[in-house]
Design a protein around this ligand. Structure first.
Ligand SMILES: [Zn+2]
Length: 160
């Protein structure tokens, strides 16, 4: 079965250097490793055709940094985050980073992983850690819940 030449997570053009994934005997192609990981985490959510019904689950969250950043680090953080798929908006004030993103394309966990990669530390008192754990759980649950029933809604049309 041939699939459209779009990344099924974000709708962009796939990058041929990213390995395809097989799911239910169909091959899916991706624009980025991030989209591939996102698909792999909840394939049933993304395996339906998205051209007609691209969905978004927009989140706006505040992340607290360990300390306010200097100008250069602020720029580094902004550039790195806006490069990620699904991130709509980043604004930084003092040690608070406000981020809007599409949960169907990027999770808070992926955002935090990227920050760790570039060496930006998040606030680490117990309240912050608790809040983060809660956000991770609730995002996971939200995606799991979406992934579960979607087969019913997107059952292939009966053959004529
Ligand atoms: Zn993509």
């Amino acid at each position: 079965m041939t699939l459209s030449d779009i990344c099924h997570v974000c709708g962009m053009k796939p990058d041929s250097s990213i390995p395809s994934l097989e799911y239910h005997k169909m091959y899916f192609h991706f624009c980025s490793q991030q989209c591939r990981d996102t698909f792999n985490a909840h394939p049933s959510l993304y395996s339906v055709k998205i051209e007609k019904q691209q969905k978004h689950i927009l989140k706006r969250r505040i992340m607290t940094l360990a300390t306010p950043l200097d100008q250069d680090s602020n720029e580094l953080l902004k550039t790195n985050l806006t490069e990620m798929m699904g991130i709509k908006d980043v604004s930084i004030e003092d040690n608070k980073v406000s981020i809007s993103y599409d949960l169907l394309q990027v999770t808070r966990q992926q955002i935090e992983n990227r920050l760790a990669e570039i060496g930006i530390k998040l606030g680490n008192d117990w309240m912050e850690r608790l809040r983060r754990a809660w956000v991770h759980d609730s995002e996971e649950n939200e995606l799991d819940n979406l992934a579960a029933p979607i087969h019913y809604y997107h059952r292939p049309a009966p053959k004529h």
